[in-house]
Design a protein around this ligand. Structure first.
Ligand code: AMP
Ligand code: MG
Length: 313
């Protein structure tokens, strides 16, 4: 049996047990502030190129920081006509913000900008956090008619999931059914693969493996983007109730679902709310989750072990 071993960008180590007589190819690009890669049969190379090209187009819709993007124009130039893709993501996100009572909140943008964990060296002052918090709250956002009412939007917790779903849909439509889409922590596999979940305390190591077929797996972890100051870690997942990095005792959450958008939003929300929020998975079809706590305990939704052939390394 041929066994391919791939080191994927943000969240997973991945290898397949699929028998494949076809030569495989992996192509990489940079989008959504992360390395993205797509693997498929070599004969499907042009479909990979097309999908990577689509990533650039999606970036021009969902990036918070690119002045050319639709989201940037909504936030900074009060543009209020929405593309269908934007409308889809905002509809889902607003609904999900309500479901999580604002733990997941796409109006968290001022806090993300303030914390800016990629380049900050020390935390902002309490007064700065408080001022940013005053402009956060999904209740401010109205979709029809569209109005921000002083809020600004960040889709970093959900857009990659939406895009992974669209790319997978595109491959399926073309009859390409053996693909790994990796958008830096959001993985979608068409075909059957064994996927490794990184050890959050030592991210180059595999903590556990799971078997996936035609599904997405998305991990949110405190090890993905952060800085440390005076022995304390400040990471990129913000609890809108406090204005600070979420501290729920979780090191990483991996959500498995046929919808990468659902998995993406859920992984962020469960990370913030803690293990009791695993029950949120019940609200979505065929969706499950695995938590690794700070003290290395594993907590999962029911039957996870059997359903995904969980193997802790
Ligand atoms: P993820 O890596 O999917 O958990 O998403 C984290 C990203 O989502 C951050 O980098 C921010 O862009 C954004 N974000 C941070 N906190 C929240 C939150 N409470 N609700 C929604 N989006 C958030
Ligand atoms: Mg997410």
């Amino acid at each position: 049996m041929k066994r391919i071993f791939l080191l994927l960008s943000a969240a997973f180590l991945l290898f397949t047990g699929c028998e494949s007589t076809q030569e495989r190819i992996t192509k990489q690009s940079f989008a959504f502030d992360t390395v993205i890669s797509i693997t498929a049969d070599k004969k499907d190379k042009e479909h990979i190129d097309k999908a990577l090209g689509m990533c650039n187009e999606y970036e021009l819709i969902f990036s918070r920081t690119n002045p050319e993007s639709e989201l940037y124009k909504i936030n900074n130039l009060s543009v209020s006509t929405l593309s269908p893709h934007m409308e889809n993501v905002l509809n889902f996100s607003l609904d999900f913000s309500e479901k999580t009572q604002g733990a997941f909140d796409i109006t968290v943008a001022p806090l993300c900008a303030l914390w800016n964990v990629n380049s900050r060296k020390e935390p902002p002052t309490e007064a700065e956090v408080k001022a940013a918090l005053n402009t956060v709250g999904y209740e401010k956002l109205s979709l029809s008619p569209f109005s921000l009412n002083g809020a600004t939007l960040d889709l970093g917790a959900v857009a990659k999931g939406y895009i992974a779903d669209k790319l997978a849909e595109g491959f399926r439509e073309k009859g390409v059914d053996n693909v790994i889409i990796d958008l830096g922590g959001n993985v979608f596999v068409l075909g059957e693969y064994t996927v490794g979940i990184r050890n959050p305390s030592s991210p180059d190591e595999v903590f556990a493996t799971i078997k996936l077929k035609d599904k997405s797996a998305v991990t949110s972890g405190a090890y993905q983007r952060y800085f440390e100051y005076e022995g304390k870690r400040y990471h990129h997942i913000i609890d809108p109730r406090t204005g600070y990095s979420a501290q729920s005792g979780i090191s990483s959450v991996t959500v498995v679902s046929p919808s990468s958008m659902h998995a993406d939003a859920l992984s962020t929300a469960i990370f913030i709310l803690g293990e009791d929020a695993l029950s949120l998975c019940n609200e979505f079809p065929d969706t499950d989750a695995l938590i690794i706590t700070k003290d290395n305990k594993v907590i999962t939704t029911d039957n996870f072990e059997e359903k995904y052939n969980l193997s802790i390394q």
